[in-house]
Design a protein around this ligand. Structure first.
Ligand SMILES: [Zn+2]
Length: 407
């Protein structure tokens, strides 16, 4: 088994070791006799860093536990490293410090939920941007979340010592450990946050709770096994608060408002948008009705029906459709072949109820010529085409056929 130096000292960022195994292949990896690199486990993600021998430096991209108790250091290439090579390992200290703050923050937060509400943590997850714990509870309120956050930060400020202790399973039982993990090993590693929490854990932690810095609770939501509470600790907490503030400041500037007035301003804007939309719809209706009446007045009858052919620029398909509906309702003998060239080239075909043509079929036929997609019923059909080219010619041709009743 690899000697795990981080078990005894989480602040050991560099160490000497000897290569024991070199695995080439699709994922080159190195096994050392001892390591300070933390492999992904218990919710905490792996360390990164470098392994050096002389001038050769390998970047450690991932670290994982192997079933036989050895630690695998994944590297980009194993180069000249062989069993017996003396190496120096260097851990990315900023990443490790971040992980210690998140993981120790989790112990403190879980303890706060127990102390206040007897809510137990059933799982811990550490992601790149935030962490989360799942609490075994059917309900969780905003007030509970805020109280736990306050207590957790009090514990941080009280600067409790965080000790690492190694005990037997029997001793662990006597110490009143909440959950003795199921493992075959007799020795357990306990993390003792003095007067706050005692948990069996193999992760890396700070030495005093003050080093956690701060614990900021974020979203909380119902999940299958209870309630999930997202949090960020330490520098991550500060970075997150900074990002929130920047976002809020940008939003507030758009409203020319103070950041605390953003929700009120946003509500006001949404209401304004709703009423403007309603007014716009009303105007469109009126415009379509007026335009339909004008088009009917200027279109001569051909064989007892009016064939309205018109291509618009800058008209939404919804408006063109509305116009088609107005036209066919205003007169019992209309065939409307309408199109818009922008913003999206589109066609709308409509006929008054009782007219003999099939708009759906005619539209499909036109679409197959112009390379678009669409369809509809016997009396109303619509579709979009990729380009405006050819629309007018297609409508003119169709209009001639309808006049001659050959469509
Ligand atoms: Zn831990």
């Amino acid at each position: 088994m690899t000697d795990r130096l981080y078990y005894h000292d989480s602040f050991l960022y560099d160490f000497d070791a000897e290569v024991r195994e070199v695995a080439d292949g699709p994922r080159p990896a190195i096994v050392l006799d001892r390591t300070a690199f933390y492999p992904t486990s218990g919710g905490q993600v792996f360390d990164t860093g470098t392994i050096t021998a002389g001038d050769a430096k390998l970047r450690v991209t991932e670290v994982a536990d192997r079933e036989d108790g050895k630690v695998l250091h994944y590297v980009e290439a194993t180069r000249d490293f062989k069993p017996g090579t003396r190496v120096h390992g260097q851990i990315d200290a900023a990443r490790r410090r971040d992980h210690m703050q998140q993981h120790s923050g989790q112990h403190v937060l879980s303890a706060a939920f127990i102390r206040l509400f007897d809510l137990h943590t059933v799982s811990f997850h550490m992601a790149d941007d935030y962490c989360s714990i799942d609490l075994d509870t059917p309900v969780l309120t905003k007030e509970q979340v805020e109280s736990a956050e306050r207590l957790a930060n009090d514990i941080v400020l009280e600067n409790h010592a965080v000790d690492i202790r190694f005990v037997t399973r029997e001793e662990a039982g006597k110490l009143g450990l909440r959950k003795v993990p199921a493992t075959e090993r007799d020795e357990l590693r306990l993390i003792d946050i003095r007067d706050v929490d005692l948990t069996a854990c193999g992760g890396t932690h700070v030495q005093q709770t003050g080093q956690i810095g701060c614990i900021l609770l974020r979203k909380f939501e119902k999940v299958r096994q209870g309630w999930r509470v997202e949090f960020v600790a330490g520098q991550r907490g500060v970075a997150t608060a900074r990002r929130d503030f920047t976002t809020l400041t940008e939003t507030a500037a758009l409203f020319s408002a103070h950041i605390y007035d953003v929700p009120q301003q946003a509500r006001k804007s949404i209401e304004e948008i709703r009423s403007l939309r309603k007014a716009a719809e009303q105007s469109q209706e009126e415009l379509a009705a007026a335009q339909a009446a004008a088009l009917l007045a200027e279109t001569p009858e051909t064989g007892g029906r009016k064939i309205v052919v018109r291509t618009f620029a800058e008209r939404e398909m919804s408006f063109v459709k509305l116009l088609a509906q107005k036209l066919t309702r205003l007169s019992p003998s209309v065939v409307a072949l309408l199109a818009s060239t922008s913003p999206q080239p589109s066609l709308v075909f409509a006929q008054s109820a009782g007219q003999p043509f099939d708009m759906g079929a005619l539209l499909k036929e036109t679409m197959s010529k112009l390379g678009g997609r669409g369809g509809g019923s016997k009396d109303l059909a619509q579709g979009g085409v990729p380009k405006a080219d050819g629309i007018e010619a297609a409508l003119a041709e169709l209009s001639t056929r309808i006049s001659a009743r050959t469509a």
